[in-house]
Write a protein that binds this ligand. Structure first.
Ligand code: FES
Length: 178
């Protein structure tokens, strides 16, 4: 004899409502943003996939080579290594934010061009950000200061990057006097 199976009781009523996320407010390149998605989202994916700021590159799950560096409150920080919930109230600067409001290149960007310190360009945003951090701490960086930067360049531009950072330091000192 065929058995009647009762329809499984719906569990819908037992599912607690999902709390509305408060949102994480932060500044990126001087603009205000409110992130209401996954608080565990790495900053790198927020920049690249949500905001379409794709200057910051993926350099491995541990940020090897520094291609994913951004400034967080002025300090070079791995964008893959920091999640959105750690950024409430912070100021983030990406490579796109180095250009002046008038659209002029930062002296550091110009120095990389002048010293031909760019090969394929994949590592360049990370170098620029790490160099900004360094120049904020050391107005006249030595070779050994530059060698402490975590960045790698697979195109072999390290020597020209050194020259570019020194050129930028000189240019920024000159600009500060003017
Ligand atoms: S310019 Fe190609 S990896 Fe550095």
């Amino acid at each position: 004899m065929a058995q009647n199976h009762a329809a499984p009781a719906t569990k819908g009523a037992d599912i607690p409502p999902v709390a509305v996320r408060a949102g994480i407010e932060l500044q990126i390149n001087g603009e205000n943003y409110r992130h209401t998605g996954d608080p565990q989202m790495p900053l790198l994916w927020y920049l690249r996939d949500v905001l379409r700021l794709d200057g910051t590159k993926y350099g491995g799950e541990h940020g090897e080579g520094g291609a994913d560096l951004v400034l967080v409150d002025g300090k070079a920080t791995s964008a893959i290594g920091v999640t959105m919930d750690k950024l409430s109230g912070k100021q983030v600067t990406t490579v796109e934010g180095l250009v002046t409001v008038k659209g002029e290149l930062h002296p550091l960007q110009q120095a990389f061009i002048d010293e031909d310190a760019i090969g394929c360009g994949y590592c360049t945003p990370g170098w620029l950000i790490a160099s900004m951090d360094l120049l904020n701490r050391r107005k006249d960086p030595s070779d050994s200061d530059i060698d402490t930067l975590p960045n790698l360049c697979r195109c072999g531009c390290q020597t020209r990057v050194r020259s570019a950072i020194k050129r930028a330091a000189a240019s920024m000192k000159q600009g500060a006097k003017a």
